[in-house]
Design a binder for this molecule. Structure first.
Ligand SMILES: Cc1cc2nc3c(=O)[nH]c(=O)nc-3n(C[C@H](O)[C@H](O)[C@H](O)COP(=O)(O)O)c2cc1C
Length: 326
């Protein structure tokens, strides 16, 4: 059985298929839909430890966890062990079940500040950050990094060992190098070597769009698999993959189901940000959401012109009604 319960530190999760952290995407509204859609764990957007130190209202808002969104890993980024430990304590107080450390972000601005994937260049610092956080929080602590910086380099074995020795309760490895950002092949061989080098669960990530891709990652030795972009637009991908890997007949979401979920997402988003800004914020996601669906390009164009929740909802309802009569 590939899909099973998994223990991260003292926390038992109902399955080993997780939602990846995605800035600008995995907000409270989206996380709720993915947990409903079967994810064993949801992750927040990354939150800056420095911004929390300087009491940024926006960053504290990002830590908020609503009652329907457990289990959740809140991800923080930064370089200073003490500041990261303070941030972890804030996240735990706000309801995080797991504190996740970002050592994987390839975005230039983040790298320039020494954060994200730049931490991979300094395994001692990674270890110090984990140790400092472990001293401050009770809940499990995890870390996410990449296989390496370039195609040929595998830093993940060393980093996984350092993370485990420093007390990490699980490790996520994105199987693409930093140089590839979020595109290209995932190196399953490197993931396999990293998974074999530690006793704590190693969660593989990158390019999971189907049960087959998830199977490959489990077969490479990963104890769990984390899904990013394929969940955007299809938050039910988790239960679809679970059913398929369990040999059950999976009923995959059709175009209208996806549009219905988008309508629900908009409602949840509007509860968070208001009926105008909630729709504006959703504009960034509709490209992912409507990709590949019949009439998706036209619907997206019209969605971009919607000024508030009512306008957006009626567009989506028209699409669903039309879909029923086809
Ligand atoms: C828009 C976007 C935002 C992301 N933000 C984060 C983030 O905040 N923290 C993080 O660890 N990874 C982040 N990632 C990387 C994803 O967690 C994941 O590692 C990556 O998308 C590969 O998985 P996928 O191929 O399943 O999408 C982001 C990716 C995307 C596309």
């Amino acid at each position: 059985m590939l899909i099973k319960k998994i223990k991260i530190g003292g926390l038992e999760l109902k399955n080993n298929l997780f939602l990846s952290p995605m800035a600008g995407i995995t907000n409270s509204a989206f996380r709720s839909l993915c947990l409903e859609g079967g994810a064993g764990l949801a992750a927040s957007e990354m939150v800056s430890a420095d911004s929390l130190k300087y009491s940024s209202k926006k960053s504290f808002e990002m830590l908020k966890v609503s009652p329907g969104e457990h289990p959740i890993a809140v991800q923080i980024f930064g370089t200073c062990p003490e500041t990261m430990a303070d941030a972890a304590a804030h996240a735990e107080a706000a309801g995080a079940d797991i504190i996740d450390i970002n050592a994987s972000c390839p975005v230039k601005k983040i790298l320039r500040s020494g954060c994200g994937a730049m931490l991979m260049k300094n395994p001692f610092l990674v270890g110090n950050i984990i140790t400092a956080i472990k001293k401050r929080v009770k809940n499990p602590v995890t870390v996410k990094f990449r296989v390496g910086f370039t195609e040929k380099e595998n830093l993940s074995v060393l980093l996984a060992r350092v993370a485990e020795e420093s007390g990490a309760d699980a490790i996520t490895v994105h199987g693409r190098p930093v140089s590839r950002m979020h595109n290209g092949e995932v190196n399953l061989d490197f993931l396999n070597k990293a998974a074999l080098s530690v006793k704590v669960p190693l969660i593989g990530n990158g390019g999971i769009v189907s049960a087959e891709k998830a199977r490959e990652m489990f077969e490479a030795g990963c104890a769990g698999v984390s899904i990013g972009r394929a969940a955007v637009g299809n938050p039910r991908i988790f239960s679809e993959i679970i059913s398929e890997l369990n040999g059950e007949t999976a009923e995959n979401a059709g175009d209208c189901d996806k549009v219905k979920l988008l309508a629900r997402f908009l409602i949840l988003n509007s509860e968070l940000y208001g009926e105008v800004y909630g729709v504006i914020r959703a504009r960034k996601l509709v490209g992912y959401w409507l990709k590949g669906i019949r009439g998706g390009a036209e619907l997206r164009k019209r969605f971009m012109a919607a000024k508030n929740l009512n306008e957006a909802k009626s567009l989506l309802l028209q699409y669903i009604e039309k879909g029923k009569s086809l």
